[in-house]
Design a protein around this ligand. Sequence first.
Ligand code: NAD
Length: 491
Amino acid sequence: MTATTFRNFIDGRFDAPSATFESLDPSTATAWATMPAATEADVDRAVEAADRALRSGAWAAMTATARGKLLVRLGDLVVANADRLAELETRDTGKIIRETRAQIAYVGDYYRYYGGLADKHEGTFVPIDKADMEVTIRPEPIGVVAAIVPWNSQLFLSAVKLGPALAAGCTVVLKASEDGPAPLLAFAELVHEAGFPAGTVNILTGFGHDCGHRMTSHPLVSRVAFTGGPSTARAIVRNTVANLAYTTLELGGKSPVVVFADADLDSAANAVVAGIFAATGQSCVAGSRLLIERSVKDEFLVRLKHKAEAIRIGDPQDPATEMGPLATSRQREWIENVVTQSLATGGRLITGGTRVEGKPDGFYYAPTIIEAPDQNLACVREELFGPVLSVIAFDTEVEALALANDTPFGLASGVFTTNLAKAHRMARGIHAGVVWINTYRAVSPLVPFGGYGLSGLGREGGMDAIRDYTRSKSVWIRTSDDPIPDPFVMR
Ligand code: NAD
Protein backbone atom coordinates (compact mmCIF):
# COMPACT_ATOMS: atom_id res chain seq x y z
CA MET A 1 0.00 0.00 0.00
CA THR A 2 1.33 3.43 -0.81
CA ALA A 3 0.39 6.72 0.73
CA THR A 4 -0.13 8.94 -2.26
CA THR A 5 -1.44 8.75 -5.80
CA PHE A 6 -0.36 11.12 -8.56
CA ARG A 7 -2.01 11.80 -11.92
CA ASN A 8 -1.02 12.96 -15.38
CA PHE A 9 -2.17 16.44 -16.45
CA ILE A 10 -3.50 16.31 -20.02
CA ASP A 11 -5.63 18.93 -21.81
CA GLY A 12 -6.31 20.81 -18.56
CA ARG A 13 -7.49 17.75 -16.60
CA PHE A 14 -5.95 15.38 -14.08
CA ASP A 15 -6.66 11.98 -15.56
CA ALA A 16 -7.20 8.67 -13.79
CA PRO A 17 -4.26 6.69 -15.23
CA SER A 18 -4.75 3.52 -17.26
CA ALA A 19 -1.47 2.09 -15.95
CA THR A 20 0.61 2.83 -12.84
CA PHE A 21 3.90 2.02 -11.14
CA GLU A 22 5.27 2.43 -7.62
CA SER A 23 7.84 5.09 -6.79
CA LEU A 24 10.52 4.36 -4.16
CA ASP A 25 11.82 6.66 -1.44
CA PRO A 26 15.60 6.32 -2.06
CA SER A 27 16.42 6.90 1.61
CA THR A 28 14.47 3.81 2.71
CA ALA A 29 14.09 1.83 -0.55
CA THR A 30 10.34 1.54 0.13
CA ALA A 31 7.44 2.35 -2.19
CA TRP A 32 5.71 5.54 -1.05
CA ALA A 33 3.56 6.67 -4.00
CA THR A 34 1.67 5.41 -7.04
CA MET A 35 2.59 7.11 -10.30
CA PRO A 36 0.76 7.12 -13.64
CA ALA A 37 2.61 5.34 -16.46
CA ALA A 38 1.56 7.28 -19.54
CA THR A 39 0.82 5.08 -22.53
CA GLU A 40 1.27 5.96 -26.20
CA ALA A 41 -2.47 6.75 -26.31
CA ASP A 42 -2.01 9.21 -23.40
CA VAL A 43 0.86 10.85 -25.28
CA ASP A 44 -1.31 11.15 -28.39
CA ARG A 45 -4.06 12.87 -26.40
CA ALA A 46 -1.55 15.27 -24.85
CA VAL A 47 0.14 16.13 -28.16
CA GLU A 48 -3.21 16.60 -29.91
CA ALA A 49 -4.38 18.90 -27.09
CA ALA A 50 -1.13 20.89 -27.39
CA ASP A 51 -1.59 21.14 -31.14
CA ARG A 52 -5.18 22.41 -30.75
CA ALA A 53 -4.07 24.99 -28.16
CA LEU A 54 -1.32 26.16 -30.51
CA ARG A 55 -3.63 26.68 -33.48
CA SER A 56 -6.84 28.08 -31.98
CA GLY A 57 -8.43 29.22 -28.75
CA ALA A 58 -7.28 31.40 -25.88
CA TRP A 59 -3.54 30.60 -26.00
CA ALA A 60 -3.21 31.07 -29.76
CA ALA A 61 -4.99 34.45 -29.48
CA MET A 62 -3.06 35.66 -26.44
CA THR A 63 -0.63 38.59 -26.71
CA ALA A 64 2.98 38.09 -25.72
CA THR A 65 2.44 40.46 -22.78
CA ALA A 66 -0.43 38.32 -21.48
CA ARG A 67 1.68 35.17 -21.88
CA GLY A 68 4.41 36.87 -19.88
CA LYS A 69 1.98 37.70 -17.07
CA LEU A 70 0.93 34.04 -16.84
CA LEU A 71 4.58 33.00 -16.59
CA VAL A 72 5.23 35.54 -13.83
CA ARG A 73 2.17 34.24 -11.97
CA LEU A 74 3.49 30.70 -12.34
CA GLY A 75 6.86 31.81 -10.90
CA ASP A 76 5.09 33.38 -7.93
CA LEU A 77 3.07 30.19 -7.34
CA VAL A 78 6.24 28.06 -7.43
CA VAL A 79 7.81 30.24 -4.74
CA ALA A 80 4.60 30.25 -2.65
CA ASN A 81 4.53 26.43 -2.80
CA ALA A 82 8.29 25.92 -2.46
CA ASP A 83 8.11 24.00 0.81
CA ARG A 84 5.65 21.41 -0.53
CA LEU A 85 7.50 21.01 -3.84
CA ALA A 86 10.85 20.70 -2.05
CA GLU A 87 9.49 18.10 0.35
CA LEU A 88 8.13 16.03 -2.56
CA GLU A 89 11.32 16.29 -4.59
CA THR A 90 13.39 15.25 -1.59
CA ARG A 91 11.06 12.33 -0.85
CA ASP A 92 11.00 11.03 -4.41
CA THR A 93 14.64 11.57 -5.45
CA GLY A 94 16.60 11.62 -2.18
CA LYS A 95 18.06 15.05 -2.93
CA ILE A 96 18.63 16.86 0.38
CA ILE A 97 16.00 19.33 1.56
CA ARG A 98 18.53 22.20 1.86
CA GLU A 99 19.27 21.89 -1.83
CA THR A 100 15.68 21.36 -3.07
CA ARG A 101 14.45 24.38 -1.08
CA ALA A 102 17.22 26.62 -2.40
CA GLN A 103 16.80 25.40 -5.97
CA ILE A 104 13.02 25.86 -6.05
CA ALA A 105 13.41 29.46 -4.87
CA TYR A 106 15.39 30.25 -8.03
CA VAL A 107 13.15 28.12 -10.26
CA GLY A 108 10.60 30.89 -9.57
CA ASP A 109 13.14 33.41 -10.90
CA TYR A 110 13.45 31.50 -14.19
CA TYR A 111 9.70 31.74 -14.83
CA ARG A 112 9.70 35.44 -13.91
CA TYR A 113 12.69 36.09 -16.14
CA TYR A 114 11.07 34.46 -19.19
CA GLY A 115 7.74 36.10 -18.29
CA GLY A 116 9.53 39.44 -18.53
CA LEU A 117 11.18 38.52 -21.83
CA ALA A 118 7.97 37.33 -23.53
CA ASP A 119 7.11 40.71 -25.09
CA LYS A 120 10.71 41.80 -25.65
CA HIS A 121 11.59 39.26 -28.29
CA GLU A 122 11.01 41.51 -31.29
CA GLY A 123 10.81 40.91 -35.01
CA THR A 124 12.75 43.02 -37.52
CA PHE A 125 12.25 45.33 -40.46
CA VAL A 126 14.78 44.50 -43.17
CA PRO A 127 16.12 47.45 -45.24
CA ILE A 128 16.34 45.48 -48.49
CA ASP A 129 17.70 46.96 -51.70
CA LYS A 130 14.37 47.01 -53.60
CA ALA A 131 12.58 50.35 -53.60
CA ASP A 132 9.09 48.93 -54.10
CA MET A 133 9.26 46.22 -51.41
CA GLU A 134 9.22 46.02 -47.66
CA VAL A 135 10.19 42.95 -45.68
CA THR A 136 9.45 42.24 -42.04
CA ILE A 137 10.56 39.17 -40.12
CA ARG A 138 8.06 37.76 -37.64
CA PRO A 139 9.32 35.40 -34.93
CA GLU A 140 6.60 32.75 -34.61
CA PRO A 141 6.29 29.88 -32.12
CA ILE A 142 8.03 26.81 -33.52
CA GLY A 143 5.13 24.52 -32.56
CA VAL A 144 4.40 21.74 -30.12
CA VAL A 145 7.39 21.03 -27.88
CA ALA A 146 8.18 17.60 -26.43
CA ALA A 147 10.26 18.28 -23.32
CA ILE A 148 11.95 15.36 -21.54
CA VAL A 149 13.90 15.61 -18.30
CA PRO A 150 15.94 13.25 -16.09
CA TRP A 151 15.25 12.74 -12.39
CA ASN A 152 17.75 15.13 -10.90
CA SER A 153 16.54 18.75 -10.56
CA GLN A 154 13.35 18.18 -12.54
CA LEU A 155 11.68 21.44 -11.56
CA PHE A 156 14.75 23.38 -12.60
CA LEU A 157 15.38 21.45 -15.82
CA SER A 158 11.71 21.95 -16.78
CA ALA A 159 11.80 25.69 -16.05
CA VAL A 160 14.63 26.23 -18.55
CA LYS A 161 12.45 24.60 -21.22
CA LEU A 162 8.93 25.72 -20.30
CA GLY A 163 10.00 29.32 -19.63
CA PRO A 164 11.34 30.17 -23.11
CA ALA A 165 8.91 27.83 -24.90
CA LEU A 166 5.82 29.46 -23.39
CA ALA A 167 7.27 32.96 -23.68
CA ALA A 168 7.69 32.26 -27.41
CA GLY A 169 4.05 31.09 -27.68
CA CYS A 170 4.69 27.35 -28.05
CA THR A 171 2.66 24.65 -26.33
CA VAL A 172 4.36 21.84 -24.43
CA VAL A 173 4.09 18.19 -23.51
CA LEU A 174 6.52 17.64 -20.65
CA LYS A 175 7.60 14.20 -19.47
CA ALA A 176 8.80 13.81 -15.90
CA SER A 177 11.36 11.07 -15.31
CA GLU A 178 9.97 7.72 -14.20
CA ASP A 179 12.53 7.96 -11.38
CA GLY A 180 11.08 10.53 -8.99
CA PRO A 181 8.28 12.24 -10.96
CA ALA A 182 6.37 13.57 -7.90
CA PRO A 183 7.59 17.20 -7.93
CA LEU A 184 6.65 17.75 -11.59
CA LEU A 185 3.25 16.09 -11.28
CA ALA A 186 2.57 18.35 -8.26
CA PHE A 187 3.84 21.36 -10.22
CA ALA A 188 1.10 20.62 -12.80
CA GLU A 189 -1.43 21.80 -10.20
CA LEU A 190 0.30 25.19 -10.19
CA VAL A 191 0.18 25.39 -13.99
CA HIS A 192 -3.55 24.77 -13.69
CA GLU A 193 -3.93 27.36 -10.92
CA ALA A 194 -1.93 29.97 -12.85
CA GLY A 195 -4.63 29.84 -15.54
CA PHE A 196 -2.85 28.52 -18.64
CA PRO A 197 -5.54 27.52 -21.17
CA ALA A 198 -6.22 23.77 -21.48
CA GLY A 199 -3.66 21.96 -23.63
CA THR A 200 -1.00 24.69 -23.38
CA VAL A 201 1.07 22.70 -20.89
CA ASN A 202 0.58 18.95 -20.46
CA ILE A 203 2.63 17.10 -17.84
CA LEU A 204 2.89 13.35 -17.65
CA THR A 205 5.26 10.64 -16.64
CA GLY A 206 6.04 7.24 -18.05
CA PHE A 207 8.87 5.18 -19.45
CA GLY A 208 11.30 6.03 -22.20
CA HIS A 209 10.73 3.11 -24.55
CA ASP A 210 6.99 3.83 -25.09
CA CYS A 211 5.96 7.23 -23.68
CA GLY A 212 9.28 9.01 -24.41
CA HIS A 213 9.61 7.36 -27.80
CA ARG A 214 6.09 8.38 -28.86
CA MET A 215 6.60 11.97 -27.67
CA THR A 216 9.80 12.49 -29.61
CA SER A 217 8.64 10.81 -32.84
CA HIS A 218 5.06 12.16 -32.87
CA PRO A 219 4.17 13.76 -36.22
CA LEU A 220 2.62 16.83 -34.54
CA VAL A 221 5.77 17.60 -32.51
CA SER A 222 8.10 20.20 -34.08
CA ARG A 223 10.59 20.71 -31.28
CA VAL A 224 12.29 18.34 -28.84
CA ALA A 225 14.07 19.67 -25.74
CA PHE A 226 15.93 16.87 -23.97
CA THR A 227 18.06 16.64 -20.85
CA GLY A 228 19.57 13.29 -19.93
CA GLY A 229 22.39 10.94 -20.84
CA PRO A 230 24.20 10.65 -24.21
CA SER A 231 22.93 7.14 -25.03
CA THR A 232 19.30 8.25 -24.56
CA ALA A 233 20.10 11.34 -26.63
CA ARG A 234 21.19 9.08 -29.51
CA ALA A 235 17.89 7.15 -29.26
CA ILE A 236 15.99 10.43 -29.31
CA VAL A 237 17.83 11.71 -32.36
CA ARG A 238 16.88 8.43 -34.06
CA ASN A 239 13.24 8.96 -32.97
CA THR A 240 13.19 12.40 -34.57
CA VAL A 241 13.96 10.88 -37.96
CA ALA A 242 10.17 10.41 -38.04
CA ASN A 243 9.13 14.04 -37.48
CA LEU A 244 12.41 15.91 -38.16
CA ALA A 245 11.80 17.95 -35.01
CA TYR A 246 14.36 20.62 -34.18
CA THR A 247 16.19 19.12 -31.21
CA THR A 248 18.36 20.47 -28.41
CA LEU A 249 20.29 18.15 -26.09
CA GLU A 250 21.61 18.89 -22.59
CA LEU A 251 23.71 15.88 -21.67
CA GLY A 252 26.28 14.68 -19.20
CA GLY A 253 29.79 15.70 -18.32
CA LYS A 254 33.15 14.75 -16.86
CA SER A 255 33.96 18.26 -15.80
CA PRO A 256 37.53 19.18 -14.77
CA VAL A 257 38.35 21.37 -11.79
CA VAL A 258 41.90 22.68 -12.21
CA VAL A 259 43.62 23.83 -9.01
CA PHE A 260 46.93 25.67 -9.42
CA ALA A 261 49.47 25.92 -6.60
CA ASP A 262 48.93 29.69 -6.34
CA ALA A 263 45.19 29.31 -5.55
CA ASP A 264 43.52 29.94 -2.20
CA LEU A 265 43.63 26.25 -1.36
CA ASP A 266 41.02 26.21 1.37
CA SER A 267 38.50 28.01 -0.79
CA ALA A 268 39.36 25.70 -3.71
CA ALA A 269 38.87 22.63 -1.49
CA ASN A 270 35.39 23.86 -0.51
CA ALA A 271 34.53 24.38 -4.17
CA VAL A 272 35.80 20.90 -5.09
CA VAL A 273 33.61 19.43 -2.32
CA ALA A 274 30.62 21.46 -3.57
CA GLY A 275 31.33 20.36 -7.13
CA ILE A 276 31.38 16.61 -6.48
CA PHE A 277 29.62 15.84 -3.19
CA ALA A 278 26.71 18.32 -3.31
CA ALA A 279 23.58 16.56 -4.59
CA THR A 280 25.51 13.31 -3.94
CA GLY A 281 27.37 13.98 -7.18
CA GLN A 282 24.17 13.57 -9.20
CA SER A 283 24.62 16.78 -11.07
CA CYS A 284 25.40 17.19 -14.76
CA VAL A 285 28.03 19.79 -13.85
CA ALA A 286 29.64 17.62 -11.16
CA GLY A 287 33.34 18.51 -11.01
CA SER A 288 34.34 14.86 -11.13
CA ARG A 289 37.97 15.29 -12.30
CA LEU A 290 40.29 17.21 -10.00
CA LEU A 291 43.45 18.30 -11.81
CA ILE A 292 45.88 19.41 -9.11
CA GLU A 293 49.33 20.97 -9.48
CA ARG A 294 51.78 18.35 -8.21
CA SER A 295 53.64 20.66 -5.79
CA VAL A 296 50.47 21.05 -3.63
CA LYS A 297 48.85 17.69 -4.33
CA ASP A 298 49.58 15.95 -1.03
CA GLU A 299 48.62 18.97 1.07
CA PHE A 300 45.42 19.46 -0.91
CA LEU A 301 44.41 15.81 -0.67
CA VAL A 302 44.77 15.93 3.13
CA ARG A 303 42.33 18.86 3.23
CA LEU A 304 39.92 17.17 0.83
CA LYS A 305 39.95 13.84 2.66
CA HIS A 306 39.23 15.63 5.93
CA LYS A 307 36.32 17.57 4.41
CA ALA A 308 34.89 14.49 2.65
CA GLU A 309 34.97 12.41 5.82
CA ALA A 310 33.27 15.18 7.80
CA ILE A 311 30.23 15.32 5.48
CA ARG A 312 26.99 14.65 7.39
CA ILE A 313 25.28 11.79 5.57
CA GLY A 314 21.70 11.05 6.53
CA ASP A 315 17.99 11.51 6.08
CA PRO A 316 17.55 13.87 3.12
CA GLN A 317 14.51 15.50 4.82
CA ASP A 318 16.70 16.61 7.77
CA PRO A 319 17.93 20.18 7.14
CA ALA A 320 21.23 19.31 8.86
CA THR A 321 22.01 16.58 6.29
CA GLU A 322 24.71 17.45 3.76
CA MET A 323 24.64 14.31 1.60
CA GLY A 324 21.69 11.99 0.97
CA PRO A 325 21.33 8.70 -0.90
CA LEU A 326 21.67 8.09 -4.62
CA ALA A 327 18.33 8.20 -6.42
CA THR A 328 18.21 4.54 -7.52
CA SER A 329 19.81 1.20 -6.68
CA ARG A 330 20.73 0.87 -10.40
CA GLN A 331 22.81 4.03 -10.05
CA ARG A 332 24.62 2.69 -6.99
CA GLU A 333 25.43 -0.63 -8.66
CA TRP A 334 26.91 1.17 -11.67
CA ILE A 335 29.10 3.31 -9.42
CA GLU A 336 30.25 0.29 -7.39
CA ASN A 337 31.27 -1.55 -10.56
CA VAL A 338 33.29 1.35 -11.95
CA VAL A 339 35.01 2.02 -8.61
CA THR A 340 35.95 -1.67 -8.20
CA GLN A 341 37.32 -1.79 -11.73
CA SER A 342 39.27 1.46 -11.27
CA LEU A 343 40.87 0.31 -8.02
CA ALA A 344 41.87 -2.98 -9.67
CA THR A 345 43.55 -1.17 -12.57
CA GLY A 346 45.80 1.34 -10.80
CA GLY A 347 43.55 3.71 -8.83
CA ARG A 348 44.61 4.60 -5.26
CA LEU A 349 41.73 4.97 -2.81
CA ILE A 350 42.03 8.12 -0.68
CA THR A 351 38.67 7.73 1.05
CA GLY A 352 35.25 6.06 0.64
CA GLY A 353 34.71 3.35 -1.96
CA THR A 354 31.99 1.66 0.12
CA ARG A 355 28.33 1.83 1.05
CA VAL A 356 27.62 3.87 4.18
CA GLU A 357 27.97 2.11 7.53
CA GLY A 358 24.83 2.11 9.65
CA LYS A 359 22.59 2.75 6.65
CA PRO A 360 21.54 -0.68 5.40
CA ASP A 361 18.36 0.71 3.83
CA GLY A 362 18.40 3.32 1.14
CA PHE A 363 20.83 3.79 -1.71
CA TYR A 364 23.67 5.45 0.21
CA TYR A 365 27.26 5.56 -1.05
CA ALA A 366 30.20 7.16 0.77
CA PRO A 367 32.02 10.26 -0.55
CA THR A 368 34.85 8.69 -2.52
CA ILE A 369 38.20 10.05 -3.73
CA ILE A 370 40.47 8.04 -6.04
CA GLU A 371 43.91 9.16 -7.19
CA ALA A 372 44.53 8.07 -10.77
CA PRO A 373 47.98 7.70 -12.39
CA ASP A 374 46.56 8.94 -15.71
CA GLN A 375 43.23 9.54 -17.40
CA ASN A 376 42.72 5.98 -18.67
CA LEU A 377 40.96 4.63 -15.57
CA ALA A 378 37.23 3.96 -15.92
CA CYS A 379 36.43 6.39 -13.07
CA VAL A 380 38.16 9.18 -15.00
CA ARG A 381 36.57 8.43 -18.38
CA GLU A 382 32.98 7.54 -17.44
CA GLU A 383 30.33 9.91 -16.16
CA LEU A 384 29.44 8.23 -12.85
CA PHE A 385 26.73 10.63 -11.68
CA GLY A 386 27.65 9.97 -8.07
CA PRO A 387 29.98 11.13 -5.25
CA VAL A 388 33.25 9.90 -6.78
CA LEU A 389 36.14 12.28 -7.40
CA SER A 390 39.11 11.28 -9.56
CA VAL A 391 42.37 13.11 -8.90
CA ILE A 392 45.14 13.57 -11.47
CA ALA A 393 48.36 15.55 -10.86
CA PHE A 394 49.93 17.92 -13.42
CA ASP A 395 53.18 19.90 -13.58
CA THR A 396 52.55 22.71 -16.07
CA GLU A 397 49.71 24.92 -17.28
CA VAL A 398 49.98 23.39 -20.75
CA GLU A 399 49.63 19.92 -19.29
CA ALA A 400 46.66 21.02 -17.15
CA LEU A 401 44.83 22.33 -20.21
CA ALA A 402 45.56 19.19 -22.22
CA LEU A 403 44.23 16.99 -19.39
CA ALA A 404 41.14 19.20 -18.96
CA ASN A 405 40.29 18.80 -22.64
CA ASP A 406 41.09 15.08 -22.83
CA THR A 407 37.43 13.99 -22.67
CA PRO A 408 34.62 13.60 -25.18
CA PHE A 409 32.44 15.75 -22.86
CA GLY A 410 32.51 19.52 -22.43
CA LEU A 411 29.80 20.76 -20.09
CA ALA A 412 31.43 22.66 -17.21
CA SER A 413 34.84 23.37 -15.71
CA GLY A 414 36.49 25.21 -12.84
CA VAL A 415 39.84 26.97 -12.56
CA PHE A 416 41.40 28.03 -9.27
CA THR A 417 44.28 30.49 -9.42
CA THR A 418 45.16 33.98 -8.20
CA ASN A 419 46.91 34.75 -11.50
CA LEU A 420 44.44 36.72 -13.65
CA ALA A 421 46.29 36.20 -16.92
CA LYS A 422 46.46 32.44 -16.32
CA ALA A 423 42.73 32.37 -15.51
CA HIS A 424 41.96 34.07 -18.83
CA ARG A 425 44.25 31.74 -20.78
CA MET A 426 42.57 28.70 -19.23
CA ALA A 427 39.06 30.12 -19.84
CA ARG A 428 39.95 30.63 -23.50
CA GLY A 429 41.47 27.17 -23.89
CA ILE A 430 38.96 24.94 -22.13
CA HIS A 431 36.44 23.17 -24.38
CA ALA A 432 33.32 23.47 -22.25
CA GLY A 433 30.14 25.51 -22.20
CA VAL A 434 30.84 26.92 -18.73
CA VAL A 435 34.11 28.00 -17.10
CA TRP A 436 33.90 29.00 -13.44
CA ILE A 437 36.95 30.91 -12.20
CA ASN A 438 37.54 30.69 -8.43
CA THR A 439 33.99 29.44 -7.95
CA TYR A 440 31.88 26.42 -8.90
CA ARG A 441 28.22 25.47 -9.43
CA ALA A 442 26.72 28.95 -9.89
CA VAL A 443 23.71 29.50 -12.20
CA SER A 444 21.44 32.34 -13.25
CA PRO A 445 18.47 32.65 -15.64
CA LEU A 446 20.38 35.42 -17.43
CA VAL A 447 23.29 33.19 -18.43
CA PRO A 448 23.30 30.62 -21.27
CA PHE A 449 24.12 27.04 -20.33
CA GLY A 450 25.01 24.04 -22.49
CA GLY A 451 27.72 21.72 -23.67
CA TYR A 452 30.45 21.03 -26.20
CA GLY A 453 30.99 17.58 -27.73
CA LEU A 454 29.04 14.73 -26.08
CA SER A 455 27.67 17.19 -23.51
CA GLY A 456 25.09 18.36 -25.99
CA LEU A 457 23.72 20.74 -28.55
CA GLY A 458 22.05 24.11 -27.98
CA ARG A 459 21.87 26.45 -24.99
CA GLU A 460 19.31 26.93 -22.25
CA GLY A 461 19.01 30.09 -20.14
CA GLY A 462 19.56 33.68 -21.21
CA MET A 463 17.79 35.72 -23.86
CA ASP A 464 18.79 33.59 -26.82
CA ALA A 465 16.92 30.54 -25.53
CA ILE A 466 13.63 32.04 -26.78
CA ARG A 467 15.04 32.12 -30.30
CA ASP A 468 15.33 28.33 -30.23
CA TYR A 469 11.56 28.09 -29.70
CA THR A 470 10.66 30.38 -32.62
CA ARG A 471 11.04 30.27 -36.36
CA SER A 472 11.25 33.29 -38.59
CA LYS A 473 8.58 34.11 -41.12
CA SER A 474 9.64 36.60 -43.81
CA VAL A 475 6.74 38.76 -45.00
CA TRP A 476 7.29 40.53 -48.36
CA ILE A 477 5.00 43.46 -49.21
CA ARG A 478 5.08 45.14 -52.57
CA THR A 479 4.34 48.86 -52.10
CA SER A 480 4.07 49.85 -55.79
CA ASP A 481 0.73 50.36 -57.55
CA ASP A 482 2.34 49.64 -60.94
CA PRO A 483 1.60 46.30 -62.58
CA ILE A 484 4.06 43.48 -61.91
CA PRO A 485 6.73 43.64 -64.62
CA ASP A 486 8.19 40.72 -66.61
CA PRO A 487 6.69 37.57 -64.96
CA PHE A 488 9.61 35.43 -66.21
CA VAL A 489 12.29 37.26 -64.24
CA MET A 490 12.80 36.66 -60.55
CA ARG A 491 12.83 39.92 -58.61
P1 NAD B 1 18.34 9.19 -19.03
O1 NAD B 1 18.95 9.67 -20.29
O2 NAD B 1 18.37 7.75 -18.71
O3 NAD B 1 16.78 9.59 -18.96
C1 NAD B 1 16.36 10.93 -19.17
C2 NAD B 1 14.91 10.92 -19.65
O4 NAD B 1 14.84 10.32 -20.95
C3 NAD B 1 13.93 10.14 -18.77
O5 NAD B 1 12.75 10.92 -18.61
C4 NAD B 1 13.66 8.88 -19.58
O6 NAD B 1 12.40 8.31 -19.35
C5 NAD B 1 13.75 9.42 -21.00
N1 NAD B 1 14.01 8.38 -22.01
C6 NAD B 1 14.69 7.23 -21.86
N2 NAD B 1 14.72 6.53 -23.03
C7 NAD B 1 14.03 7.27 -23.94
C8 NAD B 1 13.72 7.12 -25.31
N3 NAD B 1 14.11 6.03 -26.01
N4 NAD B 1 13.00 8.08 -25.94
C9 NAD B 1 12.61 9.18 -25.26
N5 NAD B 1 12.86 9.39 -23.95
C10 NAD B 1 13.59 8.46 -23.29
O7 NAD B 1 19.03 10.06 -17.89
P2 NAD B 1 18.99 9.84 -16.31
O8 NAD B 1 19.81 8.67 -15.95
O9 NAD B 1 17.58 9.94 -15.85
O10 NAD B 1 19.74 11.21 -15.85
C11 NAD B 1 21.11 11.34 -15.74
C12 NAD B 1 21.73 11.97 -16.98
O11 NAD B 1 21.18 13.27 -17.22
C13 NAD B 1 23.21 12.19 -16.78
O12 NAD B 1 23.92 11.83 -17.94
C14 NAD B 1 23.30 13.69 -16.53
O13 NAD B 1 24.55 14.27 -16.78
C15 NAD B 1 22.24 14.21 -17.43
N6 NAD B 1 21.86 15.58 -17.06
C16 NAD B 1 22.23 16.63 -17.88
C17 NAD B 1 21.91 17.96 -17.51
C18 NAD B 1 22.28 19.13 -18.39
O14 NAD B 1 21.68 20.19 -18.25
N7 NAD B 1 23.27 19.03 -19.27
C19 NAD B 1 21.22 18.19 -16.33
C20 NAD B 1 20.89 17.11 -15.52
C21 NAD B 1 21.20 15.80 -15.91
